[in-house]
Design a protein around this ligand. Structure first.
Ligand SMILES: [Zn+2]
Length: 408
């Protein structure tokens, strides 16, 4: 007799997802965190997990979460199960979703099944992965055996780049284990790298005057031109660099082979009226940092570029998540890919994300080797957009992948 292939209960998975989607954990403002955590805790307890509801103290929230759009208490969940295994696997996903604005074909908070897909805000990013995880765990605990001790982290405010979720748990020492799976991703590739992000602004100073005698003032908008030109010259240098981390399958199809650094001017703001010489012009933008670069060097490079200019300006940096790069030869990476092969029927490519991940913060601080792999597809799930969707077969496939990954 061939060994039985453990399957998730597909109906149970769909019921879970239906309920999870119905919690409007929209960030900003970041609501219903307590409600969803209170619903999840008994589910994990019944499976034998020791759960912790981690509430962020209000004073920490006030000090660290300065985004004024965020309101209310922050509850994260940690659920641990020890099976006496040698190694502990940390599994992470976020509970919040982006707002569901615009004209959806269906109610975004009511799971709707149509033509082999389910629709709803968060089905792909990343509530579908959470439903698949619970269904996979249930099947494994009832009929199988776990290979790893587990530590599941379900968190808040990822979608606003907030601190209250994985970063906060990292700083508290809650990210503890030998291996990590971040489910905030796609099933197109296994992601083992990502770009870091630095946001910057330059305020160019001038002196206001009547524009009829503009020679009496200093035009801050016009003085911004050499600043922009210098940044555009640097952009060429920066964007000629390439990472060793391969690009995603979706970008590869567009001819992009590897992760690329970016320097962008994305906002400009200056002037009050046509006939007033402006005394101030603000440029804002970001710098995406590949794993081979350092955040400090990237900032120093911008500083050195602007320094020689004969312009009065103030430059500020707001460093965000660092870049991430996991050794592609690590045994864990191979293990994840092989589980995808067995569970979903294809051997996934390794790739990097052009965007930045809070996972990178946890990986940098803890050194735990991490793979990012989730449900949903980059070119069809329309995450953060209208009619976010995921294939039903991918939800079940993802649960099958988890079973293959976790089964002893
Ligand atoms: Zn996400």
């Amino acid at each position: 007799m061939p060994e039985e292939i453990l399957q998730p209960d597909k109906e149970y998975l769909m019921d879970l997802l239906k309920k999870i989607i119905s919690f409007k954990t929209v960030a900003p403002p970041g609501s219903n965190y307590q409600e969803i955590v209170d619903w999840l805790v008994p589910i994990f307890r019944e499976m034998g997990f020791a759960t912790q509801k981690l509430t962020m103290p209000r004073e920490v929230f006030a000090a660290k979460c300065t985004d004024s759009r965020l309101v209310g208490d922050r509850f994260n969940m940690r659920a641990d199960l020890s099976v006496g295994a040698e190694k502990t696997l940390v599994i992470y996903a976020h509970l919040d979703v982006v707002p569901a604005e615009g004209n959806w074909d269906t109610d975004p908070f009511q799971l709707t099944q149509k033509g082999g897909r389910v629709y709803g805000r968060g089905v792909s990013d990343c509530k579908g992965s959470i439903a698949s995880l619970i269904a996979a765990l249930k099947a494994l605990l009832e009929r199988g055996k776990l290979k790893y001790n587990l530590s599941v982290l379900l968190t808040t405010d990822e979608e606003v780049g907030g601190y209250s979720g994985l970063c906060y748990l990292t700083d508290l020492g809650h990210v503890k284990g030998d291996l990590m799976l971040c489910m905030d991703g796609f099933c197109d590739d296994v992601v083992i790298g990502s770009n870091g992000i630095i946001t910057w602004d330059v305020v160019v100073h001038g002196r206001s005057a009547h524009s009829g005698s503009s020679f009496l003032g200093i035009n801050a908008v016009e003085r911004s031109i050499p600043v922009m030109e210098a940044l555009m010259d640097l952009k060429k240098v920066v964007q000629a660099r390439r990472s060793a981390v391969p690009a995603s399958t979706a970008l590869e199809a567009m001819g992009k082979k590897s992760l690329m650094p970016m320097l962008n001017i994305t906002m400009i703001n200056g002037g009050i009226k046509e006939n007033i010489v402006p005394d101030r012009c603000t440029l804002r933008g970001d710098r995406r940092v590949i794993p081979e670069e350092s955040m400090d060097e990237a900032m120093a490079e911008i500083e050195m570029t602007l320094k020689p200019l004969d312009v009065d300006y103030d430059l500020k940096f707001y460093p965000g998540y660092p870049p991430m790069s996991v050794n592609p030869e690590h045994k864990w990476v191979a293990e994840v890919r092989e589980a995808v092969q067995r569970g979903m029927g294809f051997y996934p490519r390794l790739s990097g994300a052009q965007g930045s991940l809070d996972q990178a913060y946890a990986t940098e601080k803890t050194g735990i080797p991490t793979c990012v792999f989730g449900v949903g597809r980059q070119l069809e799930s329309n995450i953060h957009g209208l009619n976010e969707n995921v294939r039903v077969s991918d939800l079940n496939g993802f649960a099958r992948f988890l079973i293959e990954l976790l089964q002893a």
